[in-house]
Ligand binder design. Sequence first.
Ligand code: NAD
Length: 335
Amino acid sequence: MKIAVFSSQPHDRQFLSAANEKHQHELKFLEPGLNPETVLLARGCAAVCAFVNDDLSAAVLAALPELGVRLVALRCAGFNNVDLHSAAELGLTVVRVPAYSPHSVAEHTAALILALNRKLHRAYTRVREGNLALEGLLGFDLFGKTVGIVGTGRIGTAIARILRGFGCLLLAYDVQPNPACVDLGVVYAPLRQMWACADVVTLHCPLTPQTRHLINGDAVRQMKDGVMLINTSRGGLIDTRAVIAGLKSGKIAYLGLDVYEEEEELFFQDLSNRVIQDDVFARLLTFPNVLITGHQAFFTREALANIAETTLANVSDFAAGRPLANQITADGRFG
Ligand code: NAD
């Protein structure tokens, strides 16, 4: 099948081209993201391949069938950017890559926790400038601290396993508790209890209407003084303004983000020669106790190889009329 691969970066070309030696699809790599202005680039393709910040709203989807597109192949796990009801009405099939390496995201989450705690981002620049003083670098033992995990699916379970190794006490909240986490010693608790007890809160649930701004002013107020907040899931889980207020008051002592609610305009590009126009993001960058990465938690060799193979296997299954293990239906169900 001919596939329009939107938001193509060099690594997408590398890993998809390698996986395609087996699948033999026709890949049309397109640098622009998918949006109402660029959708016409999909003309003549039977599938569009999209990533986390591509626009798959009703308006964009509506243009696809007459261009020849029948399949939307997401090369990511989250599908909060897809209007699934419109896709179903238009007869478009949507597939995704539900699991490619939960370890990649969980390990990046652990990296953010450790770097923030031991202030590695500050120590790195200090030492390079010949400043070997310890003042300002005081951390805490992770051993014995309580970590609250929101969402205990694949990634939440992987971070629970890592943090158990550090000797943390693990609290979790999920609409569907996971027996594998209970076996790891995770204790499920209501969010209110988690906010009150957790020294570190880490988010691993999907972005849905129910979870949008899960971390708002009210939640921040209920958290422990000096809490560490980590989000490697989706930016919209956090009301960024409320979190900035929490940072200014000292309630939040550490913030680690791999995602940001307005990241579409910012991430996956080099803006180092431009003035950042997003004042909220710019404010976040001024805090010494905030560590931001640009949606790179998934970015490991293993994850990219799995993403490429599953994406193209999804397309091959669709082309051959085989059952689609990774389809997402209008009610957000899978398979
Ligand atoms: P998963 O489906 O395995 O697990 C998600 C868990 O969240 C499930 O256990 C589900 O029951 C739970 N959940 C759903 N609604 C909830 C709610 N209202 N409150 C609490 N829990 C709820 O997904 P996963 O593979 O673990 O991925 C989790 C999220 O991580 C994805 O949705 C995606 O947004 C994000 N992600 C980020 C990156 C990155 O690079 N930063 C990469 C992959 C995934």
